[in-house]
Design a protein around this ligand. Structure first.
Ligand SMILES: [Fe+2]
Length: 187
């Protein structure tokens, strides 16, 4: 088989490193795994870099999921719509939604049928999605407002009821087995 690319990390240019690190380590519970000076006098067409880089992760199999360079110098929004991080279970998403509300961070709770998602902005306006997988697959796109504060049984029932008449609705395991089959048959 040819390329098998796993997604690894995003590097963010930031304005206020301390504020960003506070949010990402306290609210989103990343660890700073490494930090240090980064001096790259020659980057071809790109301007030279002489700054600090901070690496963050909460995945033992991925040195960094996120890194930050304090070199953002304009107020323009970045070109990335949002970064998404998968939580281990729905309870973690609900707890985070509560934490964010407690910090007066506006949240947008939606389900894509295959996710229960909480969208919000970090302190510098970058879009972030934290989600948990549902046990279902649905043909995308799907975006429905969801009440993340339902209890687990109510949420599962709502999800099945809301998406079961949509194209492609099936157990996620079946969908993933089908995709694995397609990928293994790639030339
Ligand atoms: Fe997303």
């Amino acid at each position: 088989m040819g390329l098998e690319l796993g997604f690894s990390h995003v590097v963010l240019k930031v304005r206020d490193l301390d504020t960003m690190l506070e949010f990402y380590t306290n609210t989103l519970q990343f660890d700073v795994v490494d930090r240090g000076p980064l001096n790259l006098p020659n980057r071809g067409d790109l301007p030279p870099l002489d700054t600090e880089i901070v690496f963050l992760s909460q995945d033992p199999n991925n040195h960094h999921q996120l890194a930050m360079l304090p070199i953002r110098d304009d107020d323009a929004p970045g070109p990335v719509d949002h970064m998404a991080f998968r939580a281990g279970n729905f309870t973690a998403v609900r707890d985070l939604a509560r934490t964010l509300q407690g910090q007066d961070v506006a949240i947008r709770p939606v389900s894509h049928g295959n996710t229960w998602s909480c969208y919000f902005k970090d302190p510098e306006g970058n879009g972030v999605e934290v989600y948990a997988d549902t046990p279902f697959h649905v043909t995308q796109p799907q975006v429905r407002p969801v009440d993340l504060f339902l209890d687990d049984d109510e949420l599962m029932a709502w999800t099945e009821e809301t998406f079961s008449d949509q194209n492609g609705f099936q157990p996620k395991k079946e969908y993933e087995a089908g995709r694995a089959e397609e990928l293994s048959n790639r030339p």
